[in-house]
Ligand binder design. Structure first.
Ligand SMILES: [Ca+2]
Length: 285
């Protein structure tokens, strides 16, 4: 559709139009969109909440059914029955909770909308589950190096200096990284990043026992910048943590105020179990 023309009788007052809703009868009867396609949860912790946007494309209201197909050990809460009105998106909260026995790793969870007219829409929510973490920031004061610095004013150690006013900044280009060397080997369960406005929209957290062999412990595909907590299951004996910025959100480089590292709490499960993970197999990329 390229244009809509409104015509009213000469001399009569102009109509007040609040909204025009196109109706394409050849499209799907309903649309489903997740506000985020990735989220984090702690095993045995509170729910991760992601909103689903639901829109009907038929002239009449549609009744839909929302199903969230979680693996064993997960709990879920979402409205079973939703009413979809054409042109008026509805919002439904999808709550996913990882039970205490869920192994750390990334889980792909289908969210399915079916409607009375036979429409079926499916989206996938990736939930990164981590063991409970705690204790001090293991990266504070740690040695940090990078692929490159934008200028000497923005060096890699600015991410571990504990100073909120200093930052590392890379030259403009994808694939830049910063890595920290922990004082002692640890079972890392969480990495907290504080991005400057120049953030990475897609990045990986990699871990290594020796700074030579790397394993991808978490992949973030829809990074939003700001303060980000990334849950991961790193093996015991992790000595190096690296943030690899695969894609920049801006035309500038990438910049981080800080990188914090937290260990799995005593007795927690670090989840060094490759069989259940959907990442961790792309070492060397
Ligand atoms: Ca800093």
């Amino acid at each position: 559709m390229e244009a809509v023309r409104l015509v009213w009788r000469p001399g009569s007052p102009a109509p007040v139009v609040h909204e025009l809703t196109p109706w394409y009868s050849d499209g799907p009867g309903a649309e489903l969109a997740l506000e985020r396609t990735e989220t984090d949860a702690v095993a045995g912790g509170g729910p991760a909440v992601v909103r689903a946007r639901l829109t009907g494309n038929r002239p009449a209201d549609l009744t839909g059914r929302l199903r969230v197909r979680v693996p064993g050990g997960f709990g879920v809460r979402a409205p079973h029955r939703v009413v979809l009105r054409r042109g008026v998106p509805a919002s439904a909260a999808v709550e996913v909770r990882a039970g205490k026995d869920v192994r750390p790793g990334a889980y792909r969870i289908p969210v399915v909308l079916t409607t009375g007219d036979g429409t079926r829409r499916e989206e996938t929510l990736t939930v990164r589950v981590g063991a409970p973490t705690g204790g001090p920031d293991l990266a504070r004061g740690a040695r940090a190096v990078s692929s490159a610095d934008e200028t000497p004013d923005f060096p890699a150690p600015a991410v571990t200096d504990g100073d909120p006013g200093t930052r590392w900044s890379s030259p403009a280009g994808d694939g830049q990284w910063v890595r920290v060397e922990l004082a002692a080997p640890a079972r890392v369960g969480e990495v907290r990043l504080h991005w400057q406005e120049a953030y990475a929209s897609r990045y990986r957290i990699q871990v290594s026992p020796d700074g030579r062999t790397w394993r991808t412990a978490a992949t973030v595909a829809d990074g939003r910048g700001g303060r980000a907590s990334v849950r991961l299951g790193a093996p015991a004996g992790t000595r190096f943590v690296r943030v690899v910025c695969d894609e920049r959100a801006t035309r500038h480089g990438v910049s981080l105020w800080s990188v914090e590292v937290r260990a799995v709490r005593d007795g927690g499960d670090g989840g060094d179990d490759r069989g259940r993970r959907d990442d961790g197999r792309d070492e060397g990329n």
